[in-house]
Design a protein around this ligand. Structure first.
Ligand code: BTN
Length: 256
């Protein structure tokens, strides 16, 4: 079913992507997971015009304003081995950054996959694996003009950055188009994909504090290693970090 803006101008999606639009959903990640478990096909995209329990990483809430932002999830059944699935987080961040750039502004990637414009977060990504599928959830501030006070200094939208108003279906189509090209690169062409991520990495050379499952690390980011890990120079030398719950830039006291 196609609803709202999407009824007038549903984006053309590359095969096999297929859009289902709901007026309202709790979390599109949760609802798509249920569809995946029931046998949903690779490429199914679930978009909610209103998301009532949107989730971010670390259990945070994700707020999205209807009509101004995109909240959707894609069902992926990767052909690549499961060990490579975590790379989808990088592939998705890159796809969103490239889609945003197709509308004008330069986009940065805050490893692993927050997307920034001029130092502020414009999109968040929540990738969750199931037994034989991955749910890739994406929230993008497209035309949002006003953010809650607690995140106003660290959040932005495509529209705020350019002063223009964008068609939500066009932005959705651009993201899925880039994702369709990038997601297979978690296998054979990962180096090529990483080079594009490195070009946009906003953390390189920056002092950070990371929270990982084994504790906190402080250091300066050297870059992104061959497997997609974050290379951190600490007092003990260089550490390659596969995963971090939180990456906090020194001097910034509130990251989303
Ligand atoms: C983050 O930056 O913490 C990740 C935010 C991810 C938000 C999206 S919105 C669509 C999908 N459904 C959810 O509940 N979360 C993701």
């Amino acid at each position: 079913m196609i609803t709202g803006d999407f009824a007038e101008s549903a984006p053309e999606l590359p095969v096999p992507f297929h859009l289902v639009v709901r007026e309202s959903a709790g979390s599109t990640n949760d609802e798509l997971r249920a569809l995946a478990t029931a046998g949903g096909a690779h490429g199914l995209v679930l978009l909610a015009l209103t998301q009532t329990s949107g989730r971010g990483r670390r259990g945070a809430a994700w707020l999205s304003t209807p009509d101004e932002s995109l909240a959707f999830s894609m069902l992926v059944r990767p052909r690549e081995p499961k060990a490579l699935w975590p790379r989808l987080a990088l592939a998705t961040g890159l796809a969103v950054a490239e889609a945003i750039e197709s509308f004008g502004p330069a986009a940065g990637i805050k490893w692993p996959n927050d997307v920034w414009i001029r130092g502020r977060k414009v999109a968040g990504i929540l990738v969750e694996a199931g037994e034989d599928f991955v749910i890739v959830g994406i929230g993008i501030n497209v035309n949002t003009r006003c953010f809650p006070a607690e995140i106003a200094h660290i959040a932005t939208s495509l529209g705020l950055e350019t002063g223009l108003t964008y068609s939500l279906p066009d932005v959705l189509g651009a993201v899925i188009g880039r994702f369709a090209l990038r997601h297979h690169q978690i296998g054979g062409e990962f180096n090529e994909m990483l080079d594009s991520v490195r070009l946009r990495c906003v953390l390189t050379g920056v002092p950070v504090t990371l929270t990982t499952f084994s504790g906190t690390r402080t250091g300066i980011v050297e870059g992104i290693a061959a497997g997609g890990e974050l290379m951190l120079r600490t007092a003990n030398g260089i550490e390659n970090l596969i995963q971090a719950d939180e990456v906090r830039l020194s001097g910034r006291n509130n990251e989303t």
